[in-house]
Design a protein around this ligand. Structure first.
Ligand code: FAD
Length: 290
């Protein structure tokens, strides 16, 4: 089913992001995770596309396999940096053959591709979106950044570019993760004022540690509130308490987002199920999280 149809249905939607495994052990863990999360009846799972390109088409293959074997609705991430125009054409044929009808079109992470030849048929995601629209009957989404994309000079400029991506055919947007919901709600106001009227699904991720937080703040320029920093510092030596703290924080964020009108939640899982299950149980009011 096309994601746009799901979003138009008007109910809250829940989704998970996975990345393609690199080893057999990773693959086994991902399939265990996917099976466990399938039990929560997600509306879709999305599969990232590595810019390092060591094993081409892993995203495409995994999108097909998770759909065929587990019956999950899959969204394949495709990037400008990983694929040439000719490859994109071929990938679209493969996705169609596997019944995958959803694509998240991205430029891709440039810092991942040092030393690897970067495809430059497309420079920006909007160009890829436009080509994918021509390629056939896909529902196309794009990325957005409530705190501004790190390379954009201003949020206004970034939103103007985002409008071009939506005008090119992006039918929904998924946000970069954030830890302060005010960024999301201010972003909704500003994108609406700029004429962007597609659903904007908030992306959430429970932090697993202080080092991960430093990566986020340095590379992705995501702000981390003092309360989150304090929690990560306080529980640095106690894995279980750290897990609880992160899940509780993300659950409170998720409840607030949904209560204030967000169309659903997209959880960055890092291929692990425990935090995602705990957050959704907290949000949906199920039994206490394990
Ligand atoms: P774009 O929309 O192309 O924007 C990139 C920058 O260029 C922005 O600063 C924008 O303002 C600017 N810009 C856009 N158009 C123009 C123009 N015409 N002229 C000048 N400037 C312009 N990365 C991966 O490698 N693989 C993944 O699977 C992946 N999945 C992601 C999923 C989500 C939900 C998110 C939020 C990000 C994901 N990323 C992924 C990271 C993403 O690829 C990077 O953040 C990348 O730097 C930007 O991608 P984009 O699609 O937002 O780019």
């Amino acid at each position: 089913m096309k994601l746009t149809e799901v979003l138009q249905a008007g109910r809250k939607i829940f989704s998970f992001e996975f990345y393609p495994p690199k080893t057999e052990e990773d693959a086994r863990r991902l399939f265990d995770t996917a099976r466990e999360l399938k039990a929560l009846d997600p509306d879709f799972v999305s599969i990232t596309n590595s810019s390092s390109g060591s094993i081409p088409y892993r995203t495409v293959a995994l999108s097909g396999v998770l759909k065929a074997e587990l019956g999950l609705e899959t969204v394949a991430h495709l990037t400008c940096v990983a694929h040439s125009r000719a490859e994109i054409k071929e990938i679209c044929l493969r996705l169609k053959a596997m019944g995958v009808t959803n694509i998240l079109a991205l430029r891709g992470d440039i810092q991942n591709v040092q030393g690897i030849p970067v495809r430059r048929d497309y420079h920006y995601a909007a160009q890829l979106v436009a080509d994918l629209k021509k390629a056939g009957d896909f529902s196309i989404g794009g990325a957005c950044y409530p705190e501004k994309h790190p390379e954009a000079a201003t949020l206004e400029e970034d939103i103007a570019r985002l409008r071009e991506k939506v005008d090119a055919g992006a039918e929904y947007l998924i946000t970069q993760l954030f830890f302060d919901n005010d960024f999301y709600f201010r972003f909704l106001e500003r994108t609406a004022a700029a004429g962007i009227n597609v659903p904007i699904l908030p992306g959430l991720m429970p932090l697993t540690g202080y080092k991960q937080m430093q990566n986020l703040t340095q590379l992705m320029k995501v702000s981390v509130p003092a309360a989150v920093r304090a929690g990560l510092e306080r529980w640095a030596g106690d894995k279980e308490s750290l897990f609880r703290f992160s899940v509780d924080y993300a659950s409170a964020q998720a409840r607030d987002l949904l209560a204030r009108g967000a169309p659903g939640l997209h959880l960055y899982t890092l291929n692990r199920s425990r935090a995602a299950i705990a957050i959704l149980k907290n949000v949906k009011g199920g039994p206490a999280a394990a």
